[in-house]
Design a protein around this ligand. Structure first.
Ligand SMILES: Cc1ncc(COP(=O)(O)O)c(C=O)c1O
Length: 450
């Protein structure tokens, strides 16, 4: 292996990184990860850390899942690729489709449309929502609603419904007809409401108000994450998503649950929608569907929506969307193996138990470190610390300090993720009690460095 500085210098010379300023990633060289084993990663120096991020919220089963590797190798040997565009299919996607329909049956979802990742899934779901209304004779329903702070990937439709200006401003004008509702974000919200239940009601009232203002007959769908992930792990009050479902039903608006992060056990339930007792009209998935072992995704479609498409006799229900890698057989084989392993290990229960340990530990760190303004989580293995320079004013901490937290944690034994002034934790769902203790200890060291 080439030495570290050589590789870092070449990285800076040849690569632009997503979600990073190109000049910044040339100055502040990224860690070069060269190996993964269980939930531990090793960098080019040989330094080992527990991965507190789980790849990018996706490596739920860790880095050494042999059944997934074997399934990929076997599929590559047998059939590395065949398209599932009209007229052909492959056996791997058929088996996976049946498994997904069974897995998501309690969510009322019956059909799968395959994609190559989360942004693709969002794009497809938003398109299908418009087509659904056209098929039903309501062609005027073209607008989309979403939550501020929500993250829905980086394709243009997804960026248009995104609720974070960082992913929007430089690419405007985005799609017209996308409107954003305040998120149930207790720490900061325009209502200055600190009670989660009251805040949920205020946000629901804002949603209904926007629908009335736009005219329900112009709105195709509401897209939301059951727990907002990239926006800083915003866990709404349990009344929120059922409230959104009720409002969508009242006004004939489709509800798309964006479960690119939350599906497959991360929240301590098999889906985020199920956590809140809601059945969405469509669900976007990706990430843990293949655990990072292969790029893949699926939009799950409810029986009610499927019926409208499948009963069409005009030809207008033909789906004019798809990717060369929709239904890639190697991805499907990986997903089959992941789903089997996910269920065999019952990872959702470990996510709930270890998530509780992590959340409690973070609350203890908040007592110790003045810079921890808010701790969010408590529903499975997705938590965030929001760092501030002053608890009274909630002024976000500066970039240099947050970089110190990251570095301190990394050097002490855990990779954590920095997003704005948030420290995000989303380890693999197979972490042990000891792994969580390591993450908390490392974070304690990182916070002490500021
Ligand atoms: C909720 C949500 N939707 C969509 C996406 C986009 O997925 P991808 O990065 O696979 O395109 C993400 C990625 O983090 C996500 O968290």
């Amino acid at each position: 292996m080439k030495d570290e500085n050589f590789l870092k210098e070449r990285n800076a010379r040849s690569i632009w990184h997503p979600m990073a300023h190109p000049a910044d990633s040339q100055k502040n060289l990224p860690e070069i990860i060269v190996a993964g084993d269980g939930v531990t990663i090793t960098d080019v120096d040989g330094h080992k850390t527990v991965d507190g991020v789980g790849g990018l919220w996706n490596v739920n089963l860790g880095f050494s899942c042999q059944p997934v590797k074997d399934a990929i190798a076997a599929q590559l040997d047998r059939l590395p690729y065949y398209s599932i565009f009209r007229g052909t299919t492959n056996d791997a996607v058929i088996e996976l489709g049946e498994m997904l329909a069974e897995f998501f049956a309690p969510d009322g979802l019956e059909r799968a449309f395959y994609t190559s990742g989360g942004s693709d899934s969002v794009e497809i779901a938003l398109r299908l929502a418009r087509q659904y209304h056209k098929l039903r004779g309501e062609a005027g329903r073209v607008k989309y609603l979403s939550l501020k702070k929500g993250y829905h990937g980086t394709h243009t439709l997804g960026a248009s419904v995104n609720g974070n200006a960082n992913f929007r401003t430089q690419y405007e004008p985005l799609m017209p007809g996308c409107y954003h509702i305040p998120a149930p974000y207790t720490y900061r919200n325009p209502f200055n409401e600190t009670d989660p239940e009251k805040l949920a009601q205020l946000c629901l009232a804002a949603l209904e108000d926007e629908i009335k203002f736009q005219g329900a007959e112009t709105i195709a769908a509401m897209i939301m994450e059951p727990i907002l992930g990239a926006g800083g792990v915003i866990v709404p009050h349990e009344s929120f998503m059922p409230g959104v479902r009720a409002i969508c039903d009242k006004y004939g608006i489709l509800l798309i649950a964006d479960e690119v992060i939350t599906a497959f056990g991360r929240t301590g339930a098999w889906s985020g929608s199920r956590l809140w007792g809601v059945q969405p009209d469509m669900m976007t998935t990706a990430k843990a569907i293949t655990n990072g072992y292969f790029p893949f995704g699926a939009v799950m479609i409810s029986g009610r929506v499927a019926e409208v498409f499948e009963s069409d006799t005009t030809g207008k229900a033909a789906i004019g969307s798809g990717y060369t890698y929709s239904g890639h057989p190697v991805g499907a084989a990986a997903a089959i193996a992941c789903l089997k392993e996910t269920q065999a290990l019952n990872v959702k229960d470990n996510a709930a138990a270890r998530g509780a340990q992590l959340y409690e530990g973070l609350l203890d760190l908040q007592k110790k470190h003045e810079i921890v303004g808010d701790v969010r989580g408590g529903r499975g293995l997705m938590c965030a610390l929001e760092l501030v320079s002053d608890r009274a004013t909630k002024a976000p901490i500066d970039k240099a300090s947050i970089a110190k937290v990251h570095r301190g944690a990394y050097e002490t034994g855990a990779m954590v993720r920095i997003s704005g002034n948030n420290v995000i934790l989303s380890p693999s769902l197979i972490v042990t009690e000891e792994n969580i203790a390591t993450i908390l200890g490392a974070l304690d060291a990182g916070l002490s460095a500021v």
